[in-house]
Design a protein. Structure first.
Length: 531
């Protein structure tokens, strides 16, 4: 365990120690009642056995486990002796905690904000430089043009370094002046800077010079903006993947907080649920990548919970990991057969917990990406989008928030394929997908509905807000220039928007947006209509 994590867990460990006398009182009261409340005592001993080791009290945990086994065996008469042994271990833990030095509060790291992505463009054709700068801006890249390599290198010492450099090959100084200038400057000044070369030249000598200058990519003129943006995304954007989302179902608030702290310290996003009867709502609200659950809970056991979730089509593939003090192999296998994917026995080391959860969550996300994403655009596919619409609509109904659904269709797309070829058509589709990802919020959802049709789910947006968002997308996409050989062309789009709560059902919402799209088409295309 890292010192920082240990410091973060110290207050939780202190809480556990403070609660120990009450735990012993609960055990003693249950076992000395008339008649004895054996089930209550068994549950209390099981909880103490699993929790003590988590907070570093191994001997106490082992003694509590022996008490639990003794209580489970009706013929055992050892429970009185073991209860007193537990009480003695608790007294020792309280004494040690009282003598322990106060834990230093963990130092908070300074918050950092992500810089705007910035590229430098070295191109002596002023018209091309201006056009590319404007095009890149529509996809989230701020671009500063320079007419010569010398101008760029002169500015490099006085301005913030770019995230990527786009360099032409040919300049008045020579047919390979671009890569020669980069090669001459290679060193600390360009350390780690991705360089993308572009040129009307496509011969071996030009490409070899670019490679020797450390070029990460080589694009042929005329430049297709989709290819350029995809290249920059690959070499310049340091996009951290969305943190794994872990739902922790644990009736002990202290343990749930501890597990969330451990996983959160490892960069995961967590949510604790203490009442398993609310799991359906938590799944829809949080959309986890993995569920971590206790095996024994008062309202609903972990096995029952797993079986319930496996009967829900939307969550049939969700990894479920049991985390329990249960050591009986038959019981563990029984739990796995009811729908579990893994079983971790308490106490579990933080490193083991993090590694197990991360591995399962990573595999689930990778497999689900293949299942729900369109292979060409990377957006959600038709069936996944419909599923998300139902989930988001249910969430909007519970919260009372608005929600908008939009349909988008590319205008005269058949003509694009017929005139410029299907490869060019595919680049247009990918360009629109990329623009949607850039212009929408992280909470918005985009998908390819089929062919040249796309659909958007905008949680929290009413009809008028969604109309403004779609208008911005429409205007910007119309200005994007696509390439096919030496020819450049642009494409427009039409759209329709419908909104909840005016329309309250998913199917009706989609139909209304489709009818609004139909109106946009018949009103002349290149427009957005609100249902």
């Amino acid at each position: 365990m890292s010192p920082d994590l240990a410091a973060k867990l110290a207050p939780l460990r202190r809480r556990f120690v403070d609660e120990l006398p009450a735990r012993v009182d609960t055990l003693r009261a249950a076992l000395t009642a008339s008649p004895p409340r054996n089930e209550d005592a068994l549950r209390a001993a099981h909880s103490l056995a699993g929790t003590a080791g988590t907070f570093g009290f191994q001997t106490l945990g082992e003694t509590a486990r022996k008490l639990e086994l003794s209580l489970a065996d009706a013929d055992s008469g050892e429970w009185k002796r073991l209860l007193e042994a537990v009480a003695a271990e608790v007294a020792a833990a309280l004494k040690d905690a009282g003598n322990a030095p106060a834990e230093a509060a963990p130092q908070k790291s300074a918050a950092t904000t992500r810089r705007e992505m910035f590229v430098a463009l070295v191109e002596d054709d002023a018209t091309l430089a201006r056009t590319l700068s404007e095009q890149l801006q529509r996809f989230g890249y701020r671009c500063t043009p320079y007419a010569t390599p010398d101008a760029f290198f002169a500015a490099l010492g006085t301005e913030a370094p770019p995230d990527a450099l786009i360099m032409d090959i040919v300049f008045p100084e020579g047919g390979l002046a671009g890569p020669e200038a980069v090669l001459a400057e290679r060193g600390e000044r360009l350390a780690g800077l991705p360089v993308v070369f572009m040129s009307a030249r496509g011969d071996f000598a030009a490409r070899l010079a670019a490679v020797r200058a450390g070029g990460r990519a080589y694009l042929a003129k005329p430049i297709d903006i989709s290819n350029l943006v995809n290249t920059l995304d690959a070499v310049a954007r340091d996009e951290s993947p969305r943190p794994y989302r872990i739902l922790v179902v644990e009736d002990s608030e202290l343990l749930a907080t501890t597990f969330c702290q451990i996983l959160g310290d490892a960069g995961m996003e967590t949510r604790a649920l203490h009442d398993p009867t609310r799991v359906i709502e938590a799944l829809e609200d949080f959309t986890p990548d993995l569920m971590l659950t206790d095996l024994y809970m008062p309202e609903c056991s972990g096995m029952e919970l797993a079986a319930l979730i496996r009967q829900m089509e939307a969550w049939v593939s969700l990894p479920i990991v049991f985390l329990s003090g249960e050591t009986d192999l038959d019981r563990q296998m029984q739990a796995m057969q009811r729908g579990g994917d893994d079983f971790l026995t308490k106490p579990v080391a933080p490193e083991h917990l993090v590694a197990s959860v991360r591995q399962r969550a990573r595999r689930h996300r990778s497999l689900r990406a293949f299942m729900v994403h369109d292979s060409l655009t990377g957006l959600l596919n038709h069936s996944a989008l419909k599923e998300r619409l139902s989930v988001e609509l249910a969430r909007a109904e519970r919260s009372g928030a608005p929600l908008a659904f939009a349909m988008i269709d590319l205008d005269h797309f058949k003509k694009v394929n017929d005139t410029h070829g299907h490869a060019a058509g595919d680049r247009v589709l990918r360009a629109l997908a990329r623009l949607l990802r850039e212009r929408l919020r992280r909470t918005d959802i985009a998908g390819r509905y089929g062919g040249e049709e796309f659909a958007l789910i905008l949680p929290g947006a009413n009809g008028d807000t969604a109309l403004r968002v779609l208008e911005d997308i429409r205007k910007n996409f119309a200005l994007v220039e696509h390439g096919a050989g030496s020819e450049m062309f642009s494409v427009t789009l039409s759209g329709g928007v419908a909104a909840y709560p005016a329309i309250a059902e998913a199917a009706a919402l989609a139909e209304a947006a489709d009818r609004a799209l139909y109106k946009s088409k018949h009103a002349g295309r290149n427009r957005i209509t609100l249902a």
